[in-house]
Design a protein around this ligand. Structure first.
Ligand code: SAM
Length: 217
């Protein structure tokens, strides 16, 4: 995502009721039930960008709690502005680097993780920064509950091939792998397009997707 620093975005984020402020609230296991004031399942999107996907998901599934995670205030600001226009009680945001994800979600607290059009970090020496890398998979394994799902979509074939290769060493197995999601009517039935998905599929790029389920304890 091309970043433009928006003056004042940090301050808006720090004051927003839609953004869970880590500094003010110690996020220990169980805190999310208190934040949402219910025990509904918890789905998160890591690297949500401007929040189009997660906002649509939260609107479509009011019985599920959603948390959108984004590293940059200038980007998160757009998701916050969308919430100001259309407030949803089952959607919250976190501004943070997903490297620290295990400090905000407890063991087995998350039912589903979405990675959508994650930054490719094409240089080998940056591989561990890629959100579907084995380093991140180990973090997801901690916070996902048994039977929980991880779904990853991208149009970047090199990143997708890397992501599929990372599953074995990390001890995961994919249930679904497609290299052309938009030509799969079954998978498309419940597909919600992300901002990047709309942009890249309109350019004719095939969209790759995998779905994996946590089997162990
Ligand atoms: N998911 C959106 C979509 O599909 O339209 C946005 C995709 S954009 C290419 C990737 C987003 O992930 C950017 O907004 C970036 O700031 C965010 N991001 C990248 N690495 C991150 C990290 N380690 N923690 C949190 N957000 C991250």
């Amino acid at each position: 995502m091309r970043l433009r620093n928006i003056t004042g975005s940090r301050e808006v984020i720090a004051e927003s009721p839609y953004v869970v402020q880590e500094a003010r609230q110690p996020l220990c296991p169980g805190t999310w039930k208190e934040i949402f004031e219910n025990s509904h399942p918890l789905y998160i999107e890591i690297g949500m960008g401007k929040g189009k996907f997660i906002h649509t998901m939260a609107k479509t599934y009011p019985g599920i709690n959603f948390v959108g995670i984004e590293k940059y205030s200038s980007v998160l600001l757009r998701a916050v502005q969308k919430m100001e226009q259309e407030e949803l009680p089952n959607l919250k945001f976190l501004r943070m680097d997903a490297e620290n994800i295990t400090s905000v979600f407890g063991c087995g607290e998350v039912d589903r993780i979405y990675l959508n059009f994650s930054d490719p970090w094409p240089k080998d020496r940056h591989a561990r920064r890629r959100l579907p890398s084995r380093e991140f998979l180990a973090r997801y394994e901690q916070i996902l509950k048994k039977g929980g799902r991880l779904e990853f979509k991208t149009d970047n074939r090199a990143l997708f091939d890397f992501a599929v290769e990372e599953l074995g060493p990390a001890g995961w197995q994919a249930q679904v792998v497609t290299y052309d999601l938009h030509r799969d009517p079954e998978l498309m039935r419940e597909n919600v397009m992300t901002e990047y998905e709309e942009k890249f599929s309109a350019m004719g790029n095939p969209i790759c997707k995998y779905v994996i389920t946590k089997c162990g304890a």
